[in-house]
Design a protein. Structure first.
Lengths: 191, 187
């Protein structure tokens, strides 16, 4: 069965299907609804001589197609608005949105499209796809942990390491680390 | 006790104390930003405010030098010995030199930084960068800026200590020349 869902952060539906598909309990559910209030797309970047920078992207949406019988055939397309970055300081936000980093005017979107899903165990999957940042597309693997909360809710936590230099975001290197740790946490509801 | 022969002009007095307040604030902001104990967003804002205020201290210095040049400086207190006059002149010259050099070096440091973020004067104007990106130069300027700032702080401490000594030990009332509430104690 294939379902198409479009909506805020709905990409994580795929992750639920891929993980739970094996135990047969969630197979009958075609769609999960992401709770935007419980969805956070956060990142962490280290630097020398400057505190660790932590922030979030607040505007995002996703499309996905799910094959419950064959989770590996499922697909995710996820888009984040570059200018929705927030680190707790408006002037810092503006700097990160500017040409030295996200160049949000020229590249308003950061996109991820899955190409492969590998089930690691009953609670973890590896989601491989293409990440497009600053107009450069590179493969990226996201480790996703899935936890059943009961009441038809699922919690997801996804981790990925992005090498920003691979996308041409060279500003500040090596004082600012090339590694960006990305963490996406979310909850989804059945139906 | 010897009264000073003249007071500084109102413009010089006002600019002196504005500079003192600005310098204290910009030093505190720089210290807080570089200690690394605060979060990144607050540290970033402290740096930006430090840069803007630091640039304004340059403007205040230029205005003070202009105001000083517009009217002759009060003569040294008659009670002062030659070494005292010489030491006072040296400290004041060094203060003026560092008041100019420290922010100028900071401006160069910011301009040549690996991520050059121009100085924004509280959103009202943007001060352009004055050098191309040069990480080595920027690091050298950062070190010079820090050394200069501590040297300036030490000189300010000496300046304040000397003013207090003249006021309360020597009782030559030299402080009244620059004290805004000293009234018209001139002679």
């Amino acid at each position: 069965m294939t379902a198409i869902v479009a909506g805020t952060a709905s990409a994580f539906l795929l992750l639920a299907s891929a993980t739970l598909g094996g135990d047969g309990k969630a197979d009958e559910r075609a769609a999960w609804r992401i709770d935007p209030a419980r969805t956070h797309i956060g990142f962490v970047v280290d630097a020398v001589g400057f505190p660790r920078t932590q922030g979030e992207f607040h505007v995002f949406n996703g499309r996905l197609s799910i094959d419950f019988d064959r989770p590996a055939a499922s697909r995710v397309a996820f888009t984040v608005r570059s200018d929705s970055i927030e680190v707790g300081s408006s002037s810092f936000d503006d700097t990160l949105r500017g040409p030295n980093f996200l160049d949000a005017q020229r590249f308003p979107d950061i996109r991820f499209e899955s190409t492969r899903v590998d089930k690691r165990d009953d609670s973890t999957i590896d989601l491989t796809g293409d990440l497009t940042l600053l107009g450069v597309t590179r493969p990226l693997t996201v480790e996703v942990e899935v936890k059943r909360l009961g009441g038809g809710r699922l919690a997801f936590v996804a981790h990925a390491h992005i090498d920003r230099l691979a996308y041409g975001m060279n500003s500040g290197f090596p004082i600012i680390s090339r590694d960006v740790d990305l963490t996406v946490s979310s909850e989804a509801l059945a139906g | 006790m010897t009264a000073p022969s003249a007071r500084w002009s109102g413009g010089v007095i006002a600019l002196h104390w504005l500079s003192a307040a600005g310098l204290a604030l910009v030093f505190a902001l720089g210290l807080a930003a570089t200690m690394g104990k605060l979060d990144a967003a607050l540290t970033f804002d402290l740096y930006q405010t430090h840069k803007a205020l630091g640039w304004l201290t340059l403007v205040l210095l230029a205005a003070r030098l202009a105001a000083r040049a517009a009217r002759p400086a009060p003569p040294p207190a008659p009670s002062w010995s030659k070494p005292t006059r010489w030491a006072s002149g040296l400290v004041h010259t060094a203060l003026y030199a560092l008041l100019a050099a420290v922010p100028l070096i900071g401006w160069l440091r910011v301009s040549s930084a690996i991520v050059p973020i121009p100085v924004s004067l509280f959103g009202l104007a943007t001060i352009p960068n004055v050098a191309p990106v040069d990480a080595d130069l920027s690091e050298r300027m950062a070190f010079a800026h820090k050394c200069g700032a501590w040297a300036l702080a030490a000189l300010v401490a000496l300046h304040v200590a000397a003013a207090l000594k003249h006021q309360f030990v020597d009782r030559d009332a030299i402080l009244s020349r620059i004290w805004p509430r000293a009234g018209g104690r001139t002679s």
